[in-house]
Design a protein around this ligand. Structure first.
Ligand code: ADP
Length: 398
């Protein structure tokens, strides 16, 4: 067991969230977890750009320019270099989003070399994310060699799912090798589980669907704040239609492309991961905003299919829960598109959902009609706060 970290009055926790094409960061005051500064770099791999910083210490980034074409490593280093110059903050610990914890890691773990070896062994399960997560951990260790670090997993939240919700109907020997439904977006769901009781009261203990609708999209069925089912699977390709990912499709279609069309696996992967979803169906864009503004019939069809898939999969989540007590929208599309929420709401009228049009357009926290059977909420996503909380619990004396 590690010694608890002693903290000074200006101690801060650093959180890094390295995605496939982005690096987000947040600094939280160790005492009370007030956010001091947060921001991120997007578009890594194409045109990397710093999206700005917010919070009382945002001035740390005044005038700072990210070199054009920065790689993941360069972007992370650039971020850490800025944070190194903070003189009135003392970093006391760091926490990282790590996408895959495999079958065994169901809680945050303190990072050491043996943990890094385990996490490296999971790269094959999340090749687009895990290497960047681990590189961020190494970069922090280099910049602050004695800083304790914690890994928090996207998969961990779903390890509470009953066995049947995790199983695929494949030969059990493959299941035993870890080919199961892991589910993702767990840190986002953890945040909703943390804040929902303060918003929805007793209903938060009931049967809740959370719809994380961003570039990636998934649903989580929760009971008493714990995951009982989710739409993403062994990889983050399963379930809902996404910006560029196809979501659930017939596995036979994949075989057809390989066996009958003679496509290489890498080309099939490119189609399903990067040329499908909103982008593939519309032929226009993976960005919901662009499609909402377009008059092209294909743009409308892509958005219709997106909402239809959320409705269909919600039906499956309601069946897993045995009913529905509350529904939560979060992440880019979930927080900001009244039009897509309205379409999903209409599709779920049978389940007791009815949105209040004015509240929906205003993006209120509760957007359902007063007399609707099931309350519907809009709650901003925050993957960094649950990481900071876990870091505080792990390293900081109460
Ligand atoms: P990520 O999954 O990368 O964290 P976000 O949660 O930021 O992504 O969500 C990105 C998605 O949210 C994009 O499809 C974007 O078009 C959509 N989005 C952002 N703002 C709006 C808006 N005002 N209306 C509709 N969609 C929006």
């Amino acid at each position: 067991m590690m010694q608890p970290v002693t903290r000074s009055a200006n101690a801060a926790i650093l959180v890094l969230n390295a995605g496939s094409s982005s690096v987000k960061f947040a600094l939280f005051e160790a005492d009370g977890l007030r956010p001091l500064c947060r921001g991120g770099i997007e578009g890594i791999g194409s045109r990397a750009r710093f999206g700005g910083a917010s919070g009382s210490r945002a001035h740390l980034f005044d005038g700072a320019e990210l070199p054009e074409g920065s790689s993941h490593e360069a972007a992370t280093q650039w971020l850490l270099d800025r944070l190194r110059w903070v003189d009135d903050i003392e970093l006391c610990a760091a926490g990282h989003r790590v996408v895959h914890g495999g079958p065994d890691l169901s809680k945050p773990v303190v990072i050491d070399e043996s943990v890094m070896t385990i996490l490296e062994g999971l790269i094959a399960l999340a090749p687009a994310h895990q290497p960047h997560n681990l590189a961020a951990i190494r970069a922090v260790a280099e910049a602050w060699p004695s800083l304790p670090q914690l890994a928090c997993f996207d998969t961990a939240f779903h390890r509470t799912m009953p066995r049947l919700a995790q199983l695929f109907a494949i030969p059990h020997a493959l299941t035993d090798e870890g080919l199961v439904r892991y589910g993702f977006h767990g840190l986002s769901y953890q945040h909703i589980a943390d804040v929902l009781p303060g918003i929805a009261g007793e209903r938060a203990k009931g049967r809740v669907i959370v719809a994380h609708l961003g570039h990636g999209a998934s649903l989580c069925a929760m009971r008493d704040g714990r995951s009982v089912a989710t739409t993403m699977g062994f990889t983050a390709l399963d379930g809902l239609m996404m910006g560029m990912r196809c979501g659930a499709i017939d596995a036979g279609l994949v075989l057809y492309l390989i066996e009958q069309r003679g496509m290489a696996p890498a080309d099939v992967s490119e189609i399903l991961n990067r040329r499908s979803g909103l982008l593939g169906v519309s032929g226009i864009s993976n960005d919901a905003r662009t499609l909402l503004a377009s008059k092209e019939p294909r743009a409308a069809e892509a958005l219709d299919l997106f909402a239809y898939r959320v409705v269909r999969e919600s039906g499956s989540m309601i069946a897993a829960l045995g009913g529905l007590d509350a529904f939560v929208f979060t992440a880019g599309i979930g927080e900001r598109s009244a039009q897509i929420r309205a379409a999903i709401g209409r599709g779920l009228a049978w389940a007791g959902i009815r949105l209040d049009e004015d509240r929906n357009v205003a993006h209120d926290t509760r957007i359902s009609a007063d007399d609707a059977q099931v309350p519907v909420y809009v709650i901003p996503a925050d993957e960094e706060r649950p990481i900071a909380r876990a870091v505080a619990v792990q390293f900081l004396p109460a």
